[in-house]
Design a protein around this ligand. Structure first.
Ligand code: AMP
Length: 283
């Protein structure tokens, strides 16, 4: 079956309405699709009869000094991926089409949008939630699939659907990794061979933390921090933004006596590339 490309909102509404009966799943992406995105589309197909993939590098979620202009754009290859994985519609609007020139209203991520990743990227999650809510309203999916790779984003999207009564079920997809542990990311293509070697410390730190889950929060954080501190002396060095052991639903740091689930999340720069990763642990 051929995939229909909708290049603006009007075409999307038309393509969506011609999908026929059955459940619709949405997979929002910023393109430069890799094996992680493929796994999301496959999971979406398990939950619905039709899959809509959006490919949109959302200017609202990038800070003024972030990589919006150099974010990888590989639309022809993305289209092939969507076709191979059985998506019915690819929605790829321009920013001018997505955002009205006189737009005023945005979604606020609240306090949860200012912690962890949000503390380093002010306004990022407001931009994410705004575009996701717009995509929900345009596509009107029954279900939407998001990667655990962006754990705080996933938590905030669940929070938004609960707080704003958005009638979309949220499905989480596990993080797809390279054989050596590096989490797949569209930004990995920026990494030189040396950068990549240093970048492996992220997943190694998370695994080291996970191996200490039985000892409690302090042991987890100490083990992860030791790996990251070692990598700070590599060439190129790993420059840590944060390491946090947080409640997976609220992203508030867990207390020293916490037991049960927690997400160990890390963000760091290697060369000019900023990477994030996380693992969910049971303490
Ligand atoms: P992005 O294109 O980076 O905005 O990501 C689009 C979706 O793919 C988000 O829900 C991400 O969490 C998810 N994603 C990104 N990388 C991975 C990965 N390595 N494994 C699974 N899902 C991923």
């Amino acid at each position: 079956m051929d995939v229909t490309v909708a290049a603006d909102r009007a075409a999307l509404v038309k393509a969506r309405d011609s999908l026929g009966p059955g459940r619709i799943a949405l997979v929002p992406t910023m393109g430069a699709l890799h094996e992680g995105h493929r796994s999301l589309v496959r999971l979406a197909r398990e939950h619905a009869d039709h899959v809509v993939v959006s490919v949109f590098v959302n200017p609202l979620q990038f800070g003024p000094h972030e990589d919006f202009s150099r974010y990888p754009r590989t639309f022809d290859a993305d289209l092939r991926v969507c076709e191979e994985e059985g998506a019915g519609v690819v929605f790829a609007p321009s920013a001018e089409d997505m955002y009205l020139p006189d737009r005023q209203v945005e979604v606020s991520a609240g306090g949860m949008g200012g912690t962890a990743e949000g503390a380093f990227r002010p306004g990022h999650f407001d931009g994410v939630l705004t575009v996701v809510l717009k995509l929900f309203n345009l596509v009107r999916p029954d279900v939407a699939v998001f990667g655990q790779k962006d754990a705080q984003q996933l938590a905030l999207i669940r929070r938004m659907t609960a707080d704003l009564d958005v009638p979309v079920s949220i499905v989480a997809a596990p993080t797809v990794r390279e054989p050596d542990g590096l989490a797949l990311s569209s930004r990995n293509r920026y990494l030189s061979e040396d950068d990549r070697r240093t970048a492996l410390a992220l997943s190694r730190a998370l695994s080291a933390g996970a191996a200490r889950a039985r000892t409690g929060p302090a042991g987890v954080l100490d083990a992860a921090r030791a790996v990251l501190e070692e990598a700070a002396r590599f060439d190129p060095p790993l420059l840590l933004d944060y390491l946090i052991l947080a409640d997976p639903a609220t992203f508030a740091p867990v207390g020293g006596d916490h037991r049960g689930e927690a997400v160990l999340a890390v963000a760091a720069k290697v060369g000019t590339t900023r990477l994030i990763d996380n693992m969910v642990l049971t303490l």
